[in-house]
Design a protein. Structure first.
Length: 258
């Protein structure tokens, strides 16, 4: 499919997705959500894609939702626009492959919510994060109120949501919102290095790590541990990925993943 907003590049199992509305600071609109939904469907059907990296073109990752599209919506239309974004970000979150946000600049409002729907975040030292919706008399609409407290804590979430303060990459790292900060000129190099490292691991094991962590996060410890035991066991047996990995370790060679 040809996309107007999303630029894609697939190399060595890594799909790099660049959001390209630089004149609008990559603001999210209905067209973006429709394109991302279509891309997610393509990724699910393409076994060559092992990992996805999302970034933005220009000085912004995504500077928010498109206010010009939202301003005249009524209550029902506003709710529908929220659910549209929530459903897209949830589909992204539920992909069985890892999804990394490479945050190159402003990640505000819906942009910060997009980063939180990814599995983890690598940020340029120039990146800025914030949920400024209360400045407009609004609240986040793409599950930002839910993910932010889960990724950081209740106090951090309420502080950022109520004050609309914009924070830098180092503060985001301290809060646990970001996992690594890089120099601006090496952001994509460092992110792709991390992606290549993950691609070199057991592909089924990587998928199961994501599945067990995400499902287990919403379970009790006992339920999550039971899920872990089942998925751990699924990687054993003749011709299994675990068998190949352990044999390769004992034979001092690189594993040959199927």
């Amino acid at each position: 499919m040809d996309y107007k907003i999303l630029k894609t590049d697939l190399s060595d199992g890594i799909l790099t997705v660049t959001i390209s509305r630089p004149k609008a600071l990559n603001a999210l609109n209905t067209e973006f959500f429709n394109e991302m939904d279509a891309l997610i469907a393509e990724v699910k059907a393409n076994p060559e894609v092992k990992i996805m990296v999302i970034t933005g073109e220009g000085k912004a990752f995504v500077a928010g939702a498109d206010i010009a599209e939202m301003v005249n919506k009524n209550r029902e239309e506003g709710t529908a626009f929220s659910k549209l974004g929530q459903n897209t970000f949830r589909s992204l979150e539920l992909l069985d492959i890892p999804v990394i946000a490479a945050v190159n600049g402003f990640a505000l409002g819906g942009g910060m919510e997009l980063t939180m729907a990814c599995d983890f975040r690598i940020a340029s030292a120039k990146a800025k994060f914030g949920q400024p919706e209360v400045n407009l008399g609004l609240i986040p609409g793409y599950a930002g109120t839910q993910r932010l407290s889960r990724l950081t804590n209740m106090g951090n979430a309420l502080y950022l949501l109520m004050t609309a303060d914009m924070i830098g990459a180092e503060d985001a790292l301290r809060m646990g919102l970001v996992q690594k900060v890089t120099e601006p000129e090496t952001l994509m190099e460092e992110t792709l290095k991390i992606a290549k490292n993950i691609v070199s691991k057991g592909p089924q094991a990587v998928k199961k790590v994501k599945q067990v962590v995400r499902k287990g996060y919403e379970m009790s410890l006992d339920e999550g541990s039971a899920l872990e035991a089942e998925e751990f066991g699924s990687l054993f047996g003749e011709n299994s990925e675990g068998r190949e990995g352990m044999k390769a370790f004992l034979e001092k060679r690189k594993p040959e993943w199927g």
